[in-house]
Ligand binder design. Structure first.
Ligand SMILES: CC(C)(COP(=O)(O)OP(=O)(O)OC[C@H]1O[C@@H](n2cnc3c(N)ncnc32)[C@H](O)[C@@H]1OP(=O)(O)O)[C@@H](O)C(=O)NCCC(=O)NCCS
Length: 203
């Protein structure tokens, strides 16, 4: 009993609750690089179907993504916007990401990239990048001019590939500037404020 309570307290200390998620925007006129062609022959990029459900949830578990409220998302995922990567030899789903319609106060009539995950055993094969490009292409083909994603400060590999693929930080509060500075530092990247003129609004 006491051990469980202490465990819960330690968990809270380890994972401070963050009030706002980080957000990133896809730049207007930004072109995704369409890296479909580099997909290794052991993998197949295709659309999710209902028979993938168990394998998809297994992938989310392995990737520590928590429970995806799929019934909710199914109302918003674009047709042909739910990409999965199947490992040919095992038939397992080893990567996934989807494009959805998600309007918010800050993002009117917007398209969203969400739930990117790659099986830890298959990382380092550019699967994340391929999924991101597939989702961005889908959102662009749908005509979205506002394209955004939400993420967390601790997701460094994801942040690295979002930056690699052309996404830019969205500084929607003053506190975001400091958080992004810290992330760039952790990723050994130069936080060049001249790249982000909108920051001047906070200085
Ligand atoms: C994000 C994710 C999909 C990337 O998988 P992947 O496509 O196989 O990517 P890689 O493992 O090759 O890593 C991507 C980049 O992060 C870098 N990276 C990996 N681990 C890192 C770490 N601990 N710290 C900093 N950078 C790291 C890699 O060097 C690579 O950058 P590079 O191509 O410039 O060298 C995978 O890590 C994942 O599923 N994470 C858990 C789920 C998650 O966080 N999803 C995002 C939700 S918003």
């Amino acid at each position: 009993m006491y051990i469980r309570i202490i465990g819960k307290i330690l968990n809270r200390i380890k994972k401070p609750k963050q009030e706002n998620l980080l957000e990133m925007l896809w730049p207007k006129n930004g072109k995704s690089s369409g890296t479909y062609k580099v997909l290794n022959k052991n993998y197949r990029l295709r659309q999710y179907n209902d028979s993938d459900r168990d394998k998809y949830f297994k992938l989310l578990e392995l990737s520590e993504m928590g429970q995806c409220p799929l019934e909710y998302w199914k109302n918003y995922i674009l047709p042909n916007g739910f990409f999965v990567i199947e490992h040919i030899d095992t038939g397992n789903i080893v990567g996934a990401c989807f494009a959805s319609h998600q309007s918010r106060e800050r993002h009117k009539f917007a398209g969203n990239l969400g739930w990117l995950a790659v099986d830890p055993q298959h990382r380092g094969n550019k699967l994340g990048e391929i999924l991101i490009n597939a989702v961005v292409n889908r959102l662009q083909r749908a005509g979205y001019e506002r394209i955004y994603l939400e993420t967390h400060d601790f997701r460094l590999p994801a942040l690295k590939i979002y930056l690699n693929t052309g996404w830019v930080p969205f500084f929607y509060t003053k506190g975001m500037v400091v958080r992004w500075q810290e992330i760039y530092k952790k990723l050994n990247l130069n936080f060049d404020t001249t790249q982000f003129p909108e920051i001047s609004a906070y200085s």
